[in-house]
Design a protein around this ligand. Structure first.
Ligand code: GAP
Length: 512
């Protein structure tokens, strides 16, 4: 099965089992907007808790806030979003479809990369064990031709984006002979800049006086509150402020399920440091964030850093932590050294001093900022896509299992009476009653035990506990492990400890 087919199955599975529904589905949906169902919201809340506790609980010098989505419109002028938060767009005149110019070029580059991979696969097949990939990549004429093309297109694209040279972007698209995937023609308009912020009106005024924006990032709510938090929390530099909340962007390229949405959630942390020390903290946060991801156990090889070639208007260094999604390595989180750009500009635009007095150096200054910014929905997709497995079992049966890290699993334990009679449901409910204050549990007595196991595998429940007739005599149950499917007979008194060991936040946080 191809990755594309597997991804389609995953999307269908996410809907069938109550993880993610298309928004407004009975009205045929709303593009790039999704709702989280009864399982999805549990998984999402667990990811939030893991992030929040790792930031706010484990670090004495990081505190959290929850700022409003609506903010004074001048904030977005000061932050540069009104002027520069744009995507370069191009329309195909025949299909009337609109594309991001840089995405068309990135897709073109991806196709060339695919050609190189195919060439390598051919070489491997031809030369067998004696195949030397490094040498092949350095000498094969087809590979070298495509690699030169890739480097050239990428270099020119980055330069055009950095210089805001829209004509150069269009020329490159034309030169690469990129055709519209819908019409198949190369009949392109000019490239234009398109601002990604949603705007609306506040109050009853209908002119520009009432114009406000839906925030495109949560970070600005932190910047404008930094002195409030510093003073009321008696924070000393270096210190951080963390926040989880909704952000909105009028994305034109809306595809790949919840990877790129118009309404999404961010988990951001701004770390305020002494000017001149930012690179030290930048390096530390890169490592710390990678460690947070790896502790989930989705596979260390699924992550990589990608340093930005085109820096955002506020950054002096930036990288992405990329994850290997079913559609390839893509950005999951950004770590950015944002200088003092935001705070200095807010000082300028608001006329209020935003300086910090450093008691150690006896100096006042506008702090520099390291930001870590992860999309909650992208993290959700990373977990779900790494967890999704279609398996053929030894007895010839098939199952779909979500190997979600147990600490994040929506339901931790399912309590299942073997039959619906003989006092087993009552005993099962008694056990459920003793576990439900510790863990999110499900009770299920319908269908055969095999079918019930399959249902729990499909939502990623780490443990199933089965109550049978012997339970009434010896107070023991069968506990079944989702991943190994092994079953063990244990005393009811041990259940809490066994489950706790596997699903507790404490154990994963201790790894950090
Ligand atoms: N405050 C910095 C900032 O917003 P960003 O790289 O634009 O930086 C940070 O966004 C993270 O937010 C990304 O790494 C991604 O995980 C997530 N994100 C951005 N746009 C998104 C979208 N349209 N849909 C889902 N997640 C998105």
């Amino acid at each position: 099965m191809t990755q594309e087919e597997l991804f389609k199955n995953l999307i269908a599975h996410a809907k069938e089992y109550g993880f993610i529904f298309p928004s407004s589905e009975i009205y045929d949906g709303l593009s790039a907007v999704y709702d989280y169902g009864q399982m999805g919201v549990e998984l999402k809340n667990n990811i939030k808790k893991y992030w929040w506790d790792a930031m706010v609980r484990l670090n004495e010098n990081i505190v959290g806030i929850d700022s409003a989505i609506f903010m004074h419109p001048k904030i977005w002028e000061a932050s540069g979003h009104v002027g520069a938060f744009n995507d370069p767009l191009i329309d195909n005149k025949d299909s009337k479809k609109r594309y991001r110019a840089d995405v068309l070029l990135e897709d073109y580059i991806a196709k060339l990369e695919e050609k190189i991979e195919k060439e390598v696969a051919k070489g491997r097949k031809k030369f067998g064990d004696s195949f030397n990939e490094e040498q092949f990549l350095a000498t094969n004429p087809n590979v070298l031709r495509n690699r030169t093309k890739i480097d050239n297109v990428r270099e020119r694209m980055v330069k055009a984006l950095n210089d805001n040279d829209l004509k150069a972007l269009r020329d490159l698209i034309v030169e690469c002979e990129i055709a519209c995937p819908i019409s198949g023609t190369k009949n392109w308009t000019d490239v234009r800049q398109f601002n990604l912020m949603f705007s609306t009106q506040v109050g009853s005024v209908s002119d520009d006086a009432g114009l406000i924006y839906l925030r495109p990032e949560t970070a600005q709510g932190i910047f404008v509150n930094y002195l409030n938090v510093q003073k009321t929390g008696r924070m000393k530099i270096p210190f951080g402020i963390a926040q989880i909340g909704k952000a909105f962007r009028n994305e034109i390229v809306a595809r790949q399920f919840i990877f790129r949405m118009r309404e999404f959630e961010q988990m951001e942390m701004q770390f305020f440091v002494r000017p001149g020390e930012e690179m030290k903290w930048y390096a530390m946060w890169k490592e710390k964030r990678l460690q947070w991801h790896k502790a989930l156990g989705l596979g260390d090889g699924k992550y990589r850093f990608h340093d930005h070639e085109k820096l955002a208007h506020y950054a002096n260094a930036a990288c992405d932590i990329e994850f290997e999604f079913p559609f390839g390595f893509k950005e999951l989180e950004g770590v950015h050294s944002r200088t003092n750009f935001d705070l200095s500009n807010h000082q300028k635009f608001s006329g209020k001093k935003l300086q910090y007095f450093d008691p150690e150096t006896n100096e006042s200054y506008v702090p520099y900022v390291i930001e870590t910014s992860i999309g909650l929905d992208r993290c959700f997709l990373a977990v779900l896509s790494a967890a999704y497995h279609e398996e053929k079992l030894a007895d010839g049966e098939e199952r779909v299992v979500l190997r979600i890290p147990p600490v994040l699993a929506p339901v931790k334990v399912a309590v299942l009476p073997l039959v619906k009679k003989d006092g087993l449901p009552e005993k099962a409910r008694e056990i459920l009653g003793s576990l439900k204050y510790e863990f999110n549990c499900q009770y299920d007595e319908k269908d055969s035990i095999g079918k019930r196991y399959r249902r729990q595998d499909a939502i990623g429940t780490p443990y199933c506990v089965t109550i049978d007739h012997d339970t009434l005599k010896d107070n023991c149950v069968t506990i079944r492990d989702r991943d190994t499917m092994e079953q063990e007979r244990v005393s009811v008194d041990r259940l809490k400890d066994i489950i706790e060991e596997k699903v507790s936040f404490k154990n994963i946080l201790k790894k950090l």
